[in-house]
Design a protein around this ligand. Sequence first.
Ligand code: ZN
Length: 340
Amino acid sequence: MTDASSLTTEALAAIGRAPSEDDLARIDQEYLGRKNGQVSRLLSNIAQLLPAEKASLGKAANEAKRAIEAALAARRAELETARLADLAETEAIDITFPGPPPERGHIHVLTQVRRQIETVLESLGYQVELGPEVETEWYNFEALNIAEGHPARENWDSFYFSKELLLRAHTSPVQIRAMQRIKEPPIYIITPGRCYRRDPPEATRLPYFSQVEGLAVDKGLTVGDMKGTLLYMIQSLYGRDRKVRVRPSYFPFTEPSFEFDVSCGICGGIGCKSCRHKGWLEVGGCGMVHPQVLRSGGIDPTQWNGYAWGFGIERMAMLKHDVDDIRLFYESDLRFLEQF
Ligand SMILES: [Zn+2]
């Protein structure tokens, strides 16, 4: 029969080696279990013993029980300390560790193109002028030599708030406001901004779009000055190999009036599918400022003259990046926008 002291030695050794709480529970059961625990079994034959032996065996069994209980408690505490230390190691939050970088957007392609145009013209001494998008009929039409009943008004089918107020159909009203404000030429301004016309959205036009117009008022300006300015602008934006041409046209606010084209960047002017075999791409309109328009701005046309031009920023961006549908610029599709 195993004696109490060797049982204790054996149990303590097992406890010391136990790698986990589960193992300790198993050892607890094995030695101290009430029915089949080794310490309990030690006492199973006690009935046949002499009274003196009973007492000493009982005492030894109790001592073994206490020693094993104490060892179990100590080992449990040890394992718990190790578990917490391990947890501190593996689940610690390192607040100095850099987080995932936030995604950065970039400037919209239309804003990029507008800023490029502004930069080029500012380098020639032009200043940016802004004006209201809700205009009076007078600034939007009359001041620009488009009287009521003028057939050209059909080209600017507009959104009206009342008989007098409308969303501007072009940025030309800003030219009048600038002349009235500056008063004394020389005046060299550009007027970037949003315009509105009652056109259904399609691949080449939208009911809202952005324009940049330029106005120069000085002494003795010529069509050559105007064409030189347009050529410098186009070559700065599209490259030195591009050419500019002007074709006679009609606008109420300029006389003479022209359309201006840029040579096709794909075929170099020979003609290709992109330019519909013309070799040229239409950009905008231009001309020498009509004397009536100078008068609307408070400028004496016998003393001063001027030239002006205008085009859509979307159109410039389409030409620059070979985009064939203007609606893409406003659909906010990141797959499209991220290309620029
Ligand atoms: Zn071409």
